[in-house]
Design a binder for this molecule. Sequence first.
Ligand code: SF4
Length: 352
Amino acid sequence: MACSAVVNLQLSKMMRTAWDAVRRALASVVEALIGAVAAPSVTWNRMTAGTDEPAVPLSVNYHFTRQCNYSCGFCFHTAKTSFVLPLDVAKRGLTMLAEAGMKKLNFSGGEPFIRDGGRFMGELIKYCKTELSWADISISIVSNGSLIQEKWMKQYGEHVDILAVSCDSFNADTNRTIGRRQGARTDHVAKLYKVREWCGQHKIAFKINTVVNTYNVNEMFAEHIERLRPVRWKVFQCLLLEGENAGEGALRDAARFYVTDEQFDGFLRRHAGVRMLVPENNDAMRDSYLILDEYMRFLNCRNGKKEPSASLLDVGVKDALRGSGFDEQAFLERGGVYMWSKQQLSNAELEW
Ligand code: SF4
């Protein structure tokens, strides 16, 4: 890893200690605000602060596969295994999460459409919306978009609330440099527009995720974003995680992609007029996501790397959560609860 990136990582750790204190002080104010603006159908379950009671797994990110057809140089959930649970076991785990209070399930990867052309994920989505309908779970997906087929949208689209497609540039050369491609002929941007069209037809809220890095930090996105009209444009700062894209045992070295807080803020300032922009820097990201891996273990990122808990399939959701490192206050502060169901978005008269 380049020296500057190591120094930035260490500085970031020191800053986090101070930031944690500020977070706690702000927590009560934020919770009051959340109470006022949270989506109406979400019953908010407060963590019992100061006790050992784990948080309710309200919003879970299920990375059921680490396999991907792209090779982004900064990827921080890399193909370290090819393991995927059998479908019936994955359904059992999702039932346990629903019983524990899960209200939003986000499928991610790797690339979630890589398994059986999306059928594995499609069947899990259908299961959540039919067999677990009592739990009223909203479904979202984060995909690179390249493997999504119209047939899949016709078969499963009605069950999907939000579909996010990753896009780090509207310039083909930049996408090639980043590794956001499969083979020479990939046209990532054309596929992004196609998926946007399908989302409109199937009444799926469309979202775009962008990772700001060395190669796109000076690019302008506004025109395309306004044209694509995502409900949210989530803009992340490139994150270094030991064992994934930095340091020992990593499959990537993302040091050359890293941007400083100042560079990231500069990108945000230049896009401040884009109303769908939802920024997320490294501090906001870390610990504020419940990440479930391919074995249904929560991944604890507190030490700057992903350390797995026991699998919830073996010890139950509550005990697995104790090893998750999840910071519920940080989740609230980054706006983790928002309008995430089709129903709420329809009521808000979303123009699909
Ligand atoms: S598309 Fe996503 S999962 Fe695949 S290599 Fe890129 S960042 Fe990683």
